[in-house]
Design a protein around this ligand. Structure first.
Ligand code: GCO
Ligand code: MG
Length: 402
């Protein structure tokens, strides 16, 4: 069998997605997500102009060899654009291998390690009362884990708080919108939010919080310590993680578990964090970290160091990525949690799939391959529309991580 064609499909059913569809000479197809929020066309070009020509005529069964060919063969390594492109190829080849074998991908990864994939939902509100209502809604829907984000008094807009509660979409404008941030106001408010949530929902609901890279290590240490009474499952991205040794300072001061990695692209971005056990959950995901092949490598390395998975699953990761993530989540020994934000109906129509939510768990497809596809006719009805993530500034105007 040989790869006969590979198409890069850009579509915007409410938000932009980039998808690679590989077709073999025997008519077997596979799909891979290549979406990089706010930089979509860079990956589309990387694939179209520099990768697709290298795929034609290759044996689709040689997944590892193709991965190494694209990674080592580019000479220029790592980075989100390169790794999202490689991820799309890798994911599509696993899809094809599963279809050829007549097996869901998780069977080829060693089979089930659990009955379902525990997911967390997103409760958010401008006020603590709204947050409590939203947490209750997720509990009623059956969720066992909930991420909690609350508006901060004195700030006009806060990360993670949205108007549409089920479909949070941060890429909100054709040119970046701007938000204002105050660490002082934030640190003064967050512990009180979790005190109320814990008080209302008792000790067993798993609670999470995303700091979204906004603190320094010592500020994060203070936040982690102040949240200890509320027993969070994790504090996410407390600081920008470029400086891995910075996490030592957080670790020295708090027992609140730390989750990091949604912006990482390879195991090297987290090697010190994992080796020194400076984190508890690694949040890399299929699309941004080199596909199923490389993500499996990261999770295996993490497993040796008591670090569990906690893959990113925001709306900018397409159902193709989610389908692939679930195949890995159900198989690996050190699964922790999977983020799950529902996609809009239009997105679900463009990407037909049969993974489904039940009782707090997502269940991967049992169909051969990944169990997801792209409806190219439907995709063509939604042309690309530029959208950027916001930019953040301190109250005095200084640019700050968003
Ligand atoms: C999360 C993330 C997202 C990101 C978004 C960027 O934990 O879900 O932080 O909300 O901001 O995926 O593209
Ligand atoms: Mg996050």
């Amino acid at each position: 069998m040989k790869i006969a064609d590979a198409r890069v499909i850009v579509t915007c059913p409410g938000r932009n997605f980039v998808t690679l569809k590989i077709v073999t000479d025997e008519g077997v197809t596979g799909v891979g997500d290549a979406t990089l929020n706010g930089r979509e066309l860079a990956v589309a070009s990387y694939l179209r102009d520099h990768v697709v020509p290298l795929l034609i005529g290759r044996d689709p069964a040689r997944i590892e060899d193709t991965w190494q060919y694209l990674y080592q063969g580019a000479y220029w390594r790592r980075g989100p654009v390169t790794m999202s492109a490689i991820a799309a190829v890798d994911t599509a080849l696993w899809d094809i291998k599963g279809k050829v074998a007549g097996l869901p991908v998780y069977q080829m990864l060693g089979g089930r390690s659990r009955e379902g994939v525990t997911v967390y939902g997103h409760a958010n509100g401008e006020t603590v009362d709204q947050v409590l209502t939203e947490v209750a809604r997720f509990v009623d829907l059956g969720y066992r884990a909930v991420r909690v984000q609350c508006g901060v008094p004195g700030l006009a807009k806060t990360y993670g708080v949205s108007g549409d509660k089920m479909f949070y979409e941060p890429a909100d404008a054709a040119l970046p919108s701007e938000a204002t941030w105050s660490t002082e106001r934030y640190l003064a408010h967050v512990p009180a939010v979790f005190a109320r949530v814990r008080d209302e929902f008792g000790p067993h609901l798993r609670l999470l919080h995303d700091v979204h890279h906004r603190l320094t290590p010592i500020e994060a240490a203070r936040l982690g310590r102040s949240l200890e009474p509320y027993a969070l499952t994790w504090m996410e991205d407390p600081v920008p993680a470029d400086l891995q040794e910075g996490f030592r300072l957080i670790r020295q001061h708090t027992t609140t578990p730390v989750a990091v990695g949604e912006v990482f692209n390879t195991v090297w971005d987290a090697s010190q964090l994992i080796r020194e056990q400076l984190i508890d959950y690694i949040r890399t995901t299929v699309v941004h970290a080199g596909g199923i092949t490389h993500l499996r490598r990261i999770f295996d390395f993490a497993a040796l160091h008591h670090v569990r998975s906690g893959s990113h699953g925001a709306t900018d990761l397409s159902p193709v990525c989610m389908a692939a993530a679930l195949q890995l989540d159900i198989a690996i020994p050190n699964f922790g949690l999977q983020e799950y934000m529902r996609h809009t109906d239009q997105t679900d129509q463009v990407f037909p799939h049969d993974y489904h939510f039940e009782g707090g768990y997502l269940h991967p497809s049992e169909a051969p391959g990944l169990g997801v596809d792209i409806d190219e006719e439907a995709a063509a009805r939604y042309p690309y529309s530029p959208a950027y993530l916001p930019v953040n500034r301190l109250e005095d105007g200084t640019v700050h991580p968003w």
